[in-house]
Design a protein around this ligand. Structure first.
Ligand code: SAM
Length: 245
Protein backbone atom coordinates (compact mmCIF):
# COMPACT_ATOMS: atom_id res chain seq x y z
CA UNK A 1 0.00 0.00 0.00
CA UNK A 2 1.48 3.36 -1.02
CA UNK A 3 1.87 6.15 1.51
CA UNK A 4 -0.47 9.16 1.77
CA UNK A 5 1.77 12.10 0.80
CA UNK A 6 -0.75 14.82 1.60
CA UNK A 7 -0.51 14.32 5.35
CA UNK A 8 2.47 15.16 7.55
CA UNK A 9 4.22 11.98 8.74
CA UNK A 10 6.22 11.89 11.98
CA UNK A 11 8.44 9.26 13.59
CA UNK A 12 7.87 8.75 17.33
CA UNK A 13 9.38 6.31 19.81
CA UNK A 14 6.16 5.75 21.81
CA UNK A 15 3.90 2.74 21.37
CA UNK A 16 0.97 3.49 19.05
CA UNK A 17 -2.53 2.21 19.76
CA UNK A 18 -6.05 3.57 19.37
CA UNK A 19 -6.91 6.24 21.93
CA UNK A 20 -3.52 6.20 23.70
CA UNK A 21 -2.50 9.89 23.59
CA UNK A 22 1.18 10.75 23.49
CA UNK A 23 2.86 13.96 24.46
CA UNK A 24 4.51 15.68 21.48
CA UNK A 25 8.27 16.17 21.86
CA UNK A 26 9.59 19.71 21.98
CA UNK A 27 10.74 19.46 18.34
CA UNK A 28 7.40 18.12 17.15
CA UNK A 29 5.54 20.78 19.15
CA UNK A 30 7.60 23.52 17.49
CA UNK A 31 7.32 22.02 14.01
CA UNK A 32 3.58 21.35 14.09
CA UNK A 33 2.49 24.56 15.79
CA UNK A 34 5.04 27.21 14.75
CA UNK A 35 6.17 25.92 11.35
CA UNK A 36 3.07 24.15 10.00
CA UNK A 37 0.61 26.23 12.10
CA UNK A 38 -1.53 23.20 12.84
CA UNK A 39 -4.18 23.45 15.53
CA UNK A 40 -6.75 21.54 17.59
CA UNK A 41 -8.38 18.72 15.61
CA UNK A 42 -5.82 18.69 12.78
CA UNK A 43 -4.35 15.29 11.98
CA UNK A 44 -0.91 13.83 11.25
CA UNK A 45 0.42 10.35 10.54
CA UNK A 46 2.63 8.66 13.16
CA UNK A 47 4.92 5.63 12.91
CA UNK A 48 7.46 4.08 15.26
CA UNK A 49 8.90 1.22 13.21
CA UNK A 50 6.85 -1.36 15.17
CA UNK A 51 3.12 -0.60 15.16
CA UNK A 52 2.42 0.46 11.57
CA UNK A 53 1.18 3.90 10.57
CA UNK A 54 -1.54 5.69 12.53
CA UNK A 55 -3.67 8.78 11.94
CA UNK A 56 -3.48 10.93 15.07
CA UNK A 57 -5.36 14.05 16.09
CA UNK A 58 -3.79 17.09 17.71
CA UNK A 59 -5.17 18.57 20.93
CA UNK A 60 -3.79 21.21 23.31
CA UNK A 61 -4.54 20.58 27.00
CA UNK A 62 -2.64 23.84 27.71
CA UNK A 63 -0.95 26.41 25.47
CA UNK A 64 2.40 24.72 25.99
CA UNK A 65 1.38 21.07 25.68
CA UNK A 66 0.40 19.16 22.58
CA UNK A 67 -1.13 15.70 22.63
CA UNK A 68 -1.23 13.39 19.63
CA UNK A 69 -4.00 10.82 19.88
CA UNK A 70 -3.91 7.89 17.43
CA UNK A 71 -7.41 7.01 16.21
CA UNK A 72 -7.00 4.73 13.19
CA UNK A 73 -4.28 2.47 11.87
CA UNK A 74 -3.75 3.47 8.24
CA UNK A 75 -1.10 0.88 7.28
CA UNK A 76 0.10 -2.25 9.12
CA UNK A 77 3.77 -2.67 9.95
CA UNK A 78 5.55 -4.22 6.92
CA UNK A 79 8.65 -6.44 7.01
CA UNK A 80 11.73 -4.18 7.15
CA UNK A 81 13.91 -3.91 4.03
CA UNK A 82 16.67 -6.52 4.01
CA UNK A 83 19.27 -4.82 1.80
CA UNK A 84 22.33 -3.82 3.86
CA UNK A 85 24.19 -0.73 2.74
CA UNK A 86 27.93 -0.71 3.52
CA UNK A 87 29.63 2.59 2.85
CA UNK A 88 32.85 4.44 3.49
CA UNK A 89 32.09 7.72 5.30
CA UNK A 90 32.14 10.91 3.22
CA UNK A 91 32.43 14.55 4.28
CA UNK A 92 29.39 15.69 6.25
CA UNK A 93 27.07 17.24 3.62
CA UNK A 94 27.54 14.40 1.16
CA UNK A 95 27.24 11.82 3.92
CA UNK A 96 23.87 13.27 4.99
CA UNK A 97 22.68 13.18 1.39
CA UNK A 98 23.94 9.64 0.82
CA UNK A 99 22.25 8.28 3.95
CA UNK A 100 18.94 9.92 3.05
CA UNK A 101 19.08 8.56 -0.50
CA UNK A 102 20.06 5.06 0.64
CA UNK A 103 17.03 4.97 2.94
CA UNK A 104 14.72 6.23 0.18
CA UNK A 105 16.09 3.52 -2.08
CA UNK A 106 15.25 0.78 0.40
CA UNK A 107 18.38 0.14 2.47
CA UNK A 108 17.37 -1.78 5.61
CA UNK A 109 20.63 -1.42 7.54
CA UNK A 110 23.35 1.23 7.34
CA UNK A 111 26.89 0.04 8.08
CA UNK A 112 29.76 2.55 7.90
CA UNK A 113 33.00 0.86 6.81
CA UNK A 114 36.47 2.28 7.40
CA UNK A 115 38.73 1.70 4.40
CA UNK A 116 42.31 2.76 3.66
CA UNK A 117 41.49 5.92 1.69
CA UNK A 118 38.52 7.11 3.73
CA UNK A 119 38.45 10.91 4.03
CA UNK A 120 35.25 11.52 5.99
CA UNK A 121 34.39 10.26 9.45
CA UNK A 122 31.32 9.33 11.42
CA UNK A 123 31.18 12.12 13.97
CA UNK A 124 27.81 11.02 15.32
CA UNK A 125 25.67 7.92 14.84
CA UNK A 126 22.73 10.02 16.09
CA UNK A 127 23.15 12.29 13.08
CA UNK A 128 23.07 9.28 10.72
CA UNK A 129 19.96 8.07 12.48
CA UNK A 130 18.31 11.52 12.29
CA UNK A 131 18.93 11.55 8.54
CA UNK A 132 17.49 8.05 8.22
CA UNK A 133 14.37 9.11 10.18
CA UNK A 134 13.91 12.24 8.05
CA UNK A 135 14.12 10.19 4.85
CA UNK A 136 11.65 7.62 6.21
CA UNK A 137 9.20 10.38 7.22
CA UNK A 138 9.37 11.94 3.78
CA UNK A 139 9.06 8.88 1.62
CA UNK A 140 6.55 6.84 3.57
CA UNK A 141 8.85 4.06 4.80
CA UNK A 142 7.55 2.59 8.06
CA UNK A 143 10.78 0.92 9.27
CA UNK A 144 13.76 3.13 10.04
CA UNK A 145 16.95 1.24 9.10
CA UNK A 146 19.34 0.15 11.84
CA UNK A 147 22.48 2.26 12.02
CA UNK A 148 25.52 0.18 12.98
CA UNK A 149 28.76 1.56 14.46
CA UNK A 150 31.68 1.89 11.97
CA UNK A 151 33.88 -1.18 11.38
CA UNK A 152 37.18 -1.71 9.59
CA UNK A 153 36.64 -3.37 6.22
CA UNK A 154 38.97 -6.28 7.05
CA UNK A 155 37.19 -6.95 10.37
CA UNK A 156 33.76 -6.80 8.76
CA UNK A 157 34.79 -9.29 6.08
CA UNK A 158 36.48 -11.60 8.59
CA UNK A 159 33.22 -12.42 10.40
CA UNK A 160 30.76 -11.76 7.59
CA UNK A 161 27.71 -14.10 7.49
CA UNK A 162 28.47 -15.84 4.21
CA UNK A 163 24.84 -16.42 3.20
CA UNK A 164 24.52 -12.64 2.61
CA UNK A 165 26.20 -11.75 -0.69
CA UNK A 166 28.12 -8.47 -0.90
CA UNK A 167 27.79 -6.56 -4.17
CA UNK A 168 30.96 -4.53 -4.29
CA UNK A 169 31.03 -1.44 -6.56
CA UNK A 170 34.42 -1.87 -8.18
CA UNK A 171 35.50 1.24 -10.04
CA UNK A 172 38.30 -0.84 -11.58
CA UNK A 173 36.01 -3.52 -13.03
CA UNK A 174 36.98 -4.59 -16.57
CA UNK A 175 33.41 -4.26 -17.90
CA UNK A 176 30.82 -1.49 -17.70
CA UNK A 177 27.49 -3.27 -17.44
CA UNK A 178 26.38 -4.52 -13.99
CA UNK A 179 23.45 -6.56 -15.38
CA UNK A 180 25.28 -9.85 -16.22
CA UNK A 181 26.72 -10.07 -12.69
CA UNK A 182 23.41 -9.13 -11.06
CA UNK A 183 21.37 -11.58 -13.08
CA UNK A 184 23.64 -14.44 -11.90
CA UNK A 185 22.92 -13.71 -8.20
CA UNK A 186 20.87 -16.42 -6.48
CA UNK A 187 21.01 -15.26 -2.84
CA UNK A 188 18.06 -13.30 -1.45
CA UNK A 189 20.13 -11.69 1.30
CA UNK A 190 22.26 -8.92 -0.10
CA UNK A 191 24.57 -6.09 0.91
CA UNK A 192 25.92 -3.28 -1.25
CA UNK A 193 29.43 -1.89 -0.67
CA UNK A 194 30.46 1.53 -2.03
CA UNK A 195 33.95 2.89 -1.48
CA UNK A 196 35.25 6.30 -0.38
CA UNK A 197 35.99 9.26 -2.66
CA UNK A 198 39.60 8.06 -2.75
CA UNK A 199 38.49 4.62 -4.00
CA UNK A 200 39.54 1.20 -2.71
CA UNK A 201 43.24 0.40 -2.26
CA UNK A 202 44.74 -2.36 -4.41
CA UNK A 203 45.02 -4.58 -1.33
CA UNK A 204 41.33 -4.04 -0.46
CA UNK A 205 40.28 -4.74 -4.05
CA UNK A 206 42.40 -7.92 -4.12
CA UNK A 207 40.89 -9.09 -0.83
CA UNK A 208 37.32 -8.35 -1.95
CA UNK A 209 37.78 -10.07 -5.30
CA UNK A 210 39.19 -13.18 -3.57
CA UNK A 211 36.10 -13.81 -1.41
CA UNK A 212 33.40 -16.27 -2.54
CA UNK A 213 30.62 -14.22 -0.95
CA UNK A 214 31.57 -11.01 -2.81
CA UNK A 215 30.51 -10.10 -6.36
CA UNK A 216 32.25 -7.08 -7.94
CA UNK A 217 29.96 -4.95 -10.10
CA UNK A 218 30.75 -2.08 -12.49
CA UNK A 219 28.56 1.03 -12.81
CA UNK A 220 29.11 2.16 -16.37
CA UNK A 221 31.98 3.84 -18.19
CA UNK A 222 32.42 6.86 -15.89
CA UNK A 223 33.80 7.19 -12.37
CA UNK A 224 30.90 8.34 -10.21
CA UNK A 225 31.14 10.25 -6.97
CA UNK A 226 30.45 7.93 -4.06
CA UNK A 227 27.00 9.42 -3.33
CA UNK A 228 26.03 9.10 -7.01
CA UNK A 229 27.39 5.54 -7.09
CA UNK A 230 25.19 4.68 -4.10
CA UNK A 231 22.00 5.83 -5.82
CA UNK A 232 22.95 4.28 -9.18
CA UNK A 233 23.84 0.93 -7.61
CA UNK A 234 20.74 0.82 -5.41
CA UNK A 235 18.52 1.63 -8.41
CA UNK A 236 20.00 -1.08 -10.61
CA UNK A 237 19.92 -3.66 -7.78
CA UNK A 238 16.32 -2.88 -6.80
CA UNK A 239 15.21 -2.98 -10.44
CA UNK A 240 16.89 -6.30 -11.28
CA UNK A 241 16.93 -8.41 -8.11
CA UNK A 242 15.34 -6.18 -5.46
CA UNK A 243 11.96 -4.77 -4.47
CA UNK A 244 11.17 -2.83 -7.66
CA UNK A 245 10.36 -6.02 -9.57
N1 SAM B 1 39.25 7.67 -6.63
C1 SAM B 1 38.68 6.62 -7.41
C2 SAM B 1 39.27 6.61 -8.82
O1 SAM B 1 39.64 7.67 -9.26
O2 SAM B 1 39.24 5.55 -9.43
C3 SAM B 1 37.17 6.82 -7.53
C4 SAM B 1 36.39 6.46 -6.33
S1 SAM B 1 34.66 6.76 -6.57
C5 SAM B 1 34.63 8.49 -6.45
C6 SAM B 1 33.93 6.23 -5.07
C7 SAM B 1 33.32 4.85 -5.07
O3 SAM B 1 32.17 4.82 -5.92
C8 SAM B 1 34.19 3.74 -5.60
O4 SAM B 1 35.09 3.24 -4.61
C9 SAM B 1 33.18 2.71 -6.04
O5 SAM B 1 32.74 1.92 -4.97
C10 SAM B 1 32.06 3.56 -6.57
N2 SAM B 1 32.14 3.80 -8.01
C11 SAM B 1 32.25 4.99 -8.64
N3 SAM B 1 32.23 4.85 -9.98
C12 SAM B 1 32.12 3.52 -10.21
C13 SAM B 1 32.06 2.73 -11.41
N4 SAM B 1 32.09 3.27 -12.61
N5 SAM B 1 31.92 1.38 -11.27
C14 SAM B 1 31.85 0.81 -10.05
N6 SAM B 1 31.92 1.51 -8.88
C15 SAM B 1 32.04 2.85 -8.97
Amino acid sequence: MRANYRMQRLFVTDTLSAGAALEASRDHFHYLTNVLRMGDGDAVLLFNGRDGEWRAELSFPTRKRLLLTPDEQIRPQPQPGDLHYLFAPLKTGRLDYMVQKAVEMGAGRLQPVMTRHVQGKIASLDRLRANAIEAAEQCGILSVPDVAPPRRLEDLLADWPQERRILFCDEDHQSQNPLPALSAITERRLALLVGPEGGFSEAERTLLRSLDFVTPIPLGPRILRADTAAVAALAVIQATIGDWR
